[in-house]
Ligand binder design. Structure first.
Ligand code: NAD
Length: 388
């Protein structure tokens, strides 16, 4: 009876609480239930998808689950997969083409936008052709193999007046974007230290690594982007130490283990801990520390079950195994954002100057790793984006 005095009136007679902002899935569900029509009055965006491998399959799933788009073409050279792909995904009305036939896509006036998920070395050519044909472009990172080719792509987008969206999916992850929002609200004060841990899983194939453009432009760019995006600041000094502990990676002149330190003009220090091969799952963490406290995005697990048997302590599910599962929500949100950008309903959250700056920092990290030098980074007037 001791707690009887705390009894409250019925929840039915009290004001109904609103769902928390953090529950983005429930809030989206409420929109769906209410048939909120804001975005449903837009014309259906007609798409072509280039490349249906690891990344392309994720984007194919985003396309299929998005009621605002329709897929007209798939371009991929592995013709032996076409029939199964059509059957598996029920792609009755999709035309399949190989790379050599892709002009058909660029010439088709019905195609509004192109999603590029083919190997990095093919991006520039597809992006330029798509933009020249006045198509909007969603392109997997990196936009091109080096900074000068990336500049060419953005110049073409500017000239043609169509969006060129670089798919930095981590920005759309609910945990990482929550960290940024809190840091930008000043919750930790001036940031003294920002750290990322990115350990890839499973180990990519050597065939992929040979075409990947190297760990700096293939992997490290995600971490550089995350750090600069959270801080809204760009480093004036960086240094990188690297090694290749896996002989097959050493043999192709790439690295599997990278440590980068970054110094920022305001006094913030950044640290990146990167590996190609994590055997316990896809280890992705972000931590921001300042005089008022710390904000951390920890690893996530597929379920919350805790087991305890004998005297062995408690056991939980492993962390997500790979990018396809860990960032699934981020990929969906990223794609929906792109559709908003094409319809002019949102400004791209990923801006060209940010991408070019990330590419310049990645190149400096590679040079530091190969020469053993600390690299100064000089930024010309207007080179860096305005703080957002
Ligand atoms: N953001 C992310 O989380 C993420 C994850 C993985 C890969 N990526 C990026 O996605 C891109 C593809 O990587 P992946 O791992 O999916 O590679 P992948 O090798 O698994 O798939 C590439 C696909 O593209 C096809 N292809 C080859 N040449 C083509 C062409 N000219 N036109 C159309 N299709 C072509 C191949 O047949 C293959 O099916 C890379 O740029 C990579 O950096 C991003």
């Amino acid at each position: 009876m001791a707690t009887a005095k705390f009894k409250e009136t019925s929840p039915y007679v009290k004001p109904k609480p609103s769902p928390p902002e953090e529950d983005y899935l429930y809030n989206k569900y409420l929109e769906d239930i209410a048939l909120k029509t804001d975005s449903r009055n837009d014309p259906i965006l007609k798409l072509a998808l280039f490349g249906v491998g690891r990344a392309g399959t994720i984007h194919l799933m985003s396309i299929i689950s998005n009621a605002r788009v329709e897929l007209l073409y798939i371009v991929d050279d592995v013709e032996s997969n076409w029939q199964n792909m059509r059957k598996y995904w029920h792609l009755k009305n999709v035309t399949f083409l190989n790379g050599e036939q892709s002009d058909k896509v660029f010439k088709d006036p019905n195609v509004d936008a192109i999603v590029v998920a083919s190997p990095t070395y093919t991006h520039e050519d597809i992006v330029i052709k798509a933009l020249k044909a006045k198509k909007a472009v969603f392109c997997e990172k990196p936009i091109a193999e080096n900074r000068s080719d990336t500049v060419k792509c953005y110049e073409m987008a500017e000239k043609i007046g169509k969006p060129l969206f670089c798919a930095f999916n981590r920005r759309f992850d609910p945990s990482y974007s929550e960290v940024r929002d809190r840091v930008r609200r000043g919750e930790v004060g001036h940031v003294h230290m920002i750290k990322t841990v990115s350990r890839d899983s499973p180990l990519p194939t050597i065939e992929y690594l040979k075409l990947s453009g190297g760990i700096f432009h293939d992997c490290l760019v995600h971490d550089i982007d995350m750090i600069t995006w959270v801080l809204g600041e760009y480093p004036d000094k960086i240094s990188a130490l690297v090694d290749a502990n896996i002989p097959e990676i050493k043999a192709i002149g790439d690295f599997d283990t990278v440590a980068v330190t970054l110094h920022f003009p305001s006094g913030t220090i950044g640290m990146i801990d990167l590996s190609r091969n994590s055997t316990y799952g896809y280890d992705q963490r972000l931590e921001v520390f300042g005089p008022r406290g710390v904000v951390q995005a920890e690893n996530e697990q597929p379920n919350s079950v805790r087991r305890q048997y004998d005297l062995q302590g408690s056991v939980t599910a492993p962390i997500w195994y790979s990018f396809a599962s860990r960032f699934m929500n981020g990929y969906r949100r990223e794609f929906d954002h792109f559709v908003d950008v094409v319809h002019g309903k949102a400004k791209s959250l990923v801006r060209s100057k940010e991408i070019l700056a990330v590419s310049k920092i990645a190149t400096a990290c590679e040079e530091s790793a190969r020469t053993g030098k600390i690299m100064d980074l000089n930024w010309a007037k207007g080179e860096l984006p305005d703080v957002q």
